[in-house]
Design a protein around this ligand. Structure first.
Ligand code: GBH
Length: 458
């Protein structure tokens, strides 16, 4: 299958940002060291049955202590940028109030070291680890969390801002809303179904207020990282098309429209949002410098499955009371975690964005793309996956879509949320007994691609 000898990736425009992504909770560990406060994910993982292998992230990939080693890996890879997340409860243990000096120092050292290595630090301010103190007061269901998020953004910017070019406010508010508050499969484990939507609005508001706070601190380039992918109707029949429309509304347009058009996509949503939102939408719609897309796969959606077919949906775990059902995409290869491999879904997503948002769409960056495979080191499938996605992305670039960067998820094997440690998304293998890092074949392949793209033989 995959040939690891030659990169075989067409040339991307000069200045294209090549990077890898991680997130704090998934790699750092050290959850109660140096004054870090608990996050909603610490509380969630402590609840029996919430994580498949019963694990937690107390150690994770041990990055908090091993970051110099991880920095060396980034250098060896030749990454131009590193997207990491700042843990809110490490900086503000109870979400607001006194700053935890050692927590902020950790990111300050990391940013310094990245700059010294010539790697652009791209911090994400929120990648799902809400301070538990705020979660206990309702978390993102509460409007005040948005304001506190902006205060936190200000605190981080005051310390790191002099060395940051590109900021990311939120990572995937759709997942937090739908999986965390809607279905209870992620922290905070609430199962509010459509009553979860205020959590979406408050995250978006938090984003908007944070954009203003960052700009007031002189931030040059601000984006967001949202998960997007095509939604394909199971058939041409009306019920399947309507179900797919609704799924697309809830996962794609509900998050992108307010950010890019300053409005929600559907009148019917208004009733589910927390009161009048017109003023909030002015903050939410503050023009972005770029828009981050996390792309994994399309979703095939049809009318809800009849009871008799429930087994078919077990892996996806959508409750029967929702007005849509997710089906397996037939005829595609699957990754180790069972996701369909559909590289052409990436340019399709970008074309849909250009068509819908036109001039309102700023330059795009692919802030995450990657796959899980069990293979420890000789990960030929990951090489094939990345190569196919980069070729597909290049088609979009060749068509004139303004794509400025691509970040692989992920540098390291890490804590894959409710799936625990089994899915391995890393370019680098992590032995969870010893925390030893071993670069996979895909790491060497990507290093060759990056060298070639830079046009040097370094
Ligand atoms: C991202 O979320 C996260 O930002 C990151 O933290 C995480 O580790 C990474 O991706 C890998 O999961 O229809 O059941 O087949 C990914 C969001 C949403 C992508 C669900 C795949 C379809 C799963 N995901 N989606 S399913």
């Amino acid at each position: 299958v995959a040939d690891v000898s030659g990169p075989e990736v067409p040339r991307f425009p000069g200045g294209f940002l090549w990077g890898v992504s991680t997130s704090a909770f998934q790699i750092e560990g050290a959850v109660d060291e140096d004054g870090r406060g608990p996050s909603a994910w610490d509380a969630f993982t402590a609840r029996p049955g919430s994580v498949k292998d019963g694990s937690d992230a107390a150690v994770a990939a041990g990055h908090y202590h091993r970051w110099p080693e991880d920095l060396a890996l980034l250098r060896e890879l030749g990454a131009g940028a590193y997207r990491f997340s700042v843990s809110w409860p490490r900086v503000l243990p109870s979400g607001s109030g006194a700053v935890n000096g050692p927590g902020l120092d950790f990111y300050d050292r990391l940013v310094d070291a990245l700059c010294e290595a010539g790697i652009q630090p791209v911090p994400t301010l929120f990648h799902w680890d809400t301070p538990q103190a705020l979660e206990e007061r309702g978390g993102w269901l509460e409007r005040d969390t948005a304001r506190l998020f902006a205060d936190y953004a200000d605190t981080v910017a005051a310390r790191l801002g002099d060395r940051i070019t590109h900021w990311v406010t939120l990572n995937e508010p759709a997942e937090v809303t739908l999986l965390g508050y809607g279905l209870g499969q992620h922290a905070p484990g609430r199962r509010l179904l459509f009553d979860a939507l205020p959590a979406a609005h408050h995250q978006l508001l938090g984003h908007g207020l944070a954009v203003r706070a960052l700009r007031a601190r002189g931030a040059r380039s601000i984006g967001v990282a949202n998960s997007h992918g095509p939604v394909w109707p199971l058939s041409d029949g009306e019920t399947d098309r309507e179900a797919a429309e609704l799924y697309d509304l809830l996962t794609n347009r509900m998050f992108a429209d307010p950010l890019l058009l300053g409005r929600y996509p559907d009148e019917g949503l208004a009733a589910l949002l927390p009161g009048p939102v017109a003023d909030d939408l002015k903050a939410i719609g503050e023009p972005l410098d770029w828009y981050g897309v996390n792309y994994y796969q399309p979703t095939l959606v049809g009318a809800p499955a009849p009871e008799s077919q429930a087994g078919e949906f077990a892996g996806i775990g959508l409750p029967g009371e929702l007005p849509f059902g997710i089906r397996e995409i037939p005829g595609k290869e699957r990754t180790g975690s069972g996701w369909a491999v559909v590289p052409e879904g990436l340019p399709e997503t970008l074309r849909t964005f250009c068509a819908r948002y036109g001039d309102r769409l700023p330059p795009v960056m692919i802030t995450e793309n990657g796959c899980a495979y069990p293979d420890p080191v000789h990960d030929r499938e990951r090489v094939a996956f990345l190569r196919a996605h980069l070729r597909a992305l290049h088609e979009a670039v060749a068509e004139g879509i303004d794509v400025r960067g691509y970040f692989v998820w992920s540098l390291l094997d890490n804590f894959e949320w409710a799936e625990g440690y089994r899915p391995r998304f890393g370019l680098v293998h992590v032995d969870y007994q010893t925390l030893e890092r071993t670069p996979k074949d895909s790491f060497r392949w990507l290093r060759a691609v990056l060298r070639e793209q830079r046009g040097s033989s370094r």
